[in-house]
Design a protein around this ligand. Sequence first.
Ligand SMILES: [Zn+2]
Length: 347
Amino acid sequence: MAHVMELPNIVIIGRGLIDKVVEVALTASGGQPILIVTGKTSYSMYGRSVSEAMSEKASIEVHQVEADASQEVEVIRKILSKNKFGAIVGIGGGKVIDISKASAHEAGIRLVSVPTVASHDGIASPMVSMVDSGQPYSRMASMPFAVVADVEVIEKAPHRYLASGCGDLVAKYTAVKDWKLSHKITGEYFGDYSASLAYMSAEIIFRNARKIGKRKEDSIRTVVEALISAGVAMGIAGSSRPCSGSEHLISHALGRLMEDPPLHGERCGVATVLMALLHRAAWRRVKSALSSIGAPSDLSGLGVDEQTFVKAVTMAPEIRPDRYTILHKIRPTESDVRRMIREAELS
Ligand SMILES: [Zn+2]
């Protein structure tokens, strides 16, 4: 079977990039109308300025996301059927980017991803997670044609989002270990290059944790670059494998068990501490990086009670039985998990 790698054509990271967003959108659309998909906050922070600048050079329509993801995809499908759009420009957080990505993929048109927060690695990945459409985990869509990350807007978002992005990045530490383990035990394909790239994006966060915690110069850019690298690692692997292992299964399980769960990356970060312990790897390094960054590094910081967390860990392997991880190998019981929680100083 042929191995297909999808990469973004254009990646721009910098400050004051409104003109660049317009320029890239015009290239992506090939002169046809452009649909801007944005959220309420992201519209007032950035989307409005972008659409004003873009409307001078192209025919545009702006859609503000209000409902849940599957309903929104339905609404956008109708908008796209009425006019011949050349591209979608998604301006916003995780949900907006996911909806835009799913819609562009379905319509077979290009997506320009314009993240306004650095909270997870979907900004430059070919994966979509549509939690409310009955999909238990992320599925394959297309890689964005372009990613334009304006640090000037990303740095205005509350620190919690950036910290969550770091949680999603330290998760690559155990995700890669899980992938290697599966390769050894099940014979699953293992891509050394994409695994190294994903691993590196976790390593960068470990090394820069203090600077990120203090929001020192360039640290926001470092996180954004690492998130894009992680997304590219998925594009090279052709799946989310290098970036999503047992820690992501726990995060997904928490998402199912809780009505109002913490952010994706926050859940992933704490789960990574526990999974690093299970792998007999450097869990303290993960934990101390999270706490230096100002991300949750234990259960109370995460706002999850022990019983719920224990349940999430034990049900995690069933979330995705086909994705072999350390949890599928060891299958810890509830009392094992409680013991691990003590050992990893999570409560
Ligand atoms: Zn993730």
